[in-house]
Design a protein around this ligand. Structure first.
Ligand SMILES: [Zn+2]
Length: 425
């Protein structure tokens, strides 16, 4: 059988698999329904970076998404930049979504109005289930979208917690403590209150994990950590850094041994509470700060904590794959990776097949916000193509047969996240 034939057979089989979507930023469906939608929704979120890099001013991007302005005016803002970004893989997910969900083969001057009407018509209660369950065959999405999920079995919460160890002011400590529902004076109070909070969220909301970001933390030093805490309590700040112009949530501030000490406690709590620690690595802004390699000392100090390493430390893919090989407590998650670059995602998966046991990989996470939920199907189709391609190569080389390839794919899309996240489905 030809390589093209093997691949198309595999792809058809993959598109039939029920899957776990291993990372989203989807808030409750009500958040999506609260806003009108149109074709320009497909050019928000990740494509923002491509549009900005292509030359679109921030103010124009914001106007493009200001629904109080007429659609034709907003489409006109996109027009000069669309030819610059449309062949990139961020945009490709948008074109696939337009075709598979709404039946439009192109997003263009001729189609944007009708596509917008079709999107708005579908933006009714049930839109998440239609896209995620019916179209994508997603059993559940592991999501970081705020505190109110409201859809018990489709969206499973993962809580962002980097702001808990990385505090730069006493006000930030107190604001976190208020969120935990506690009064905090000592370091030990703070850690205990956080653990209580985590245990409650797990019990009451079915939270399945905590989310942090790879950062260049200094070496652990308890004496320096206590000094840092007292500094904050005395009203002094640890320098917080300037916000990134496009991604203001990116951590840029100085990292102090206090932060390392608190993160070590957080990772112990995760192990005790049986929660996996999703760890962002790569791509945004000064990506050197986000490399997975910064986390190696934490992987070593916390062998009983499970880490879900996101995004293959893009573009440091080789580094992430070797981490996946060397650390029993780390799983590799290709969320976001297929839309960053199918080329590099495939390279990464070829190396993963060489180096990493097949039970340690999660093949897909859409990584979208609710206003761009449509693009989950675009990303998924790209992920399925990537997996079909690399497995078909192995079949053609005589290294596995089709049944074995499908077994690997099923582990990557379903078995591994179910086991690692201890999902009860
Ligand atoms: Zn994400």
């Amino acid at each position: 059988m030809s390589m093209a034939h093997i691949k198309s057979d595999l792809l058809a089989a993959l598109q039939d698999l029920e899957i776990i979507d291993c990372h989203e930023h989807l808030g409750p469906e009500s958040e999506r329904l609260a806003q009108p939608v149109d074709a320009l929704n497909l050019f928000g979120h990740y494509t923002r970076t491509d549009l900005a890099t292509a030359g679109m001013p921030n103010l124009e991007f914001e106007r493009m998404h200001d629904k109080s302005l007429p659609l034709d005016y907003r489409w006109g803002l996109l027009q000069p930049y669309l030819p610059q970004i449309r062949y990139g893989s961020y945009a490709r997910a948008a074109y696939i979504a337009a075709r598979e969900l709404y039946g439009f083969d192109d997003i263009s001057d001729e189609t944007y109005e009708a596509l917008s009407a079709a999107m708005q018509e579908k933006n009714v209660p049930g839109v998440y289930r239609w896209i995620l369950r019916d179209k994508c065959k997603i059993r559940c999405s592991l999501t970081q979208g705020g505190n109110d999920y409201g859809d018990g079995d489709l969206l499973l919460p993962v809580m962002r917690v980097l702001h808990v160890p990385v505090v730069h002011t006493w006000e930030a400590v107190q604001s976190n403590a208020r969120c935990f529902g506690a009064t905090v004076n000592t370091l030990d109070d703070y850690v205990a209150a956080f653990e209580q909070y985590v245990a409650t969220r797990k019990r009451e909301e079915g939270m399945v994990g905590l989310k942090i970001m790879a950062q260049p933390f200094p070496a652990p030093d308890r004496t320096a950590a206590v000094e840092g805490w007292e500094l904050l309590r005395d009203g002094q700040d640890i320098p917080a850094g300037d916000a990134h112009p496009l991604h203001p949530w990116l951590p840029t501030g100085h990292l102090h041994p206090l932060h390392t000490w608190l993160l070590d406690r957080l990772l112990e709590i995760a192990a005790r509470q049986e929660l996996i620690v999703a760890t962002h690595s790569g791509l945004w802004g000064d990506f050197r700060r986000l490399e997975a390699g910064h986390m190696i000392p934490f992987f070593e100090r916390h062998p009983n904590t499970r880490f879900d390493l996101y995004h293959l430390s893009f573009p440091q893919v080789h580094e992430a794959v070797v981490i996946g090989k060397n650390f029993a407590n780390v799983w590799l998650n290709l969320c976001w990776t297929h839309i960053m670059s199918p080329t590099l995602a495939r390279e990464g998966m070829r190396e993963i097949l060489d180096l990493v046991p097949v039970n340690k990989v999660f093949a897909f996470g859409g990584d979208y916000m609710s206003r761009a939920v449509d693009k989950v199907i675009g990303h998924l189709r790209m992920a399925q193509e990537d997996v079909a391609e690399v497995l078909a190569e192995r079949i053609e080389a005589g290294l596995m047969n089709e049944e074995q390839a499908l077994t690997v794919a099923k582990k990557w899309f379903w078995d591994n996240p179910v086991e690692a996240y201890r999902l009860e489905l």
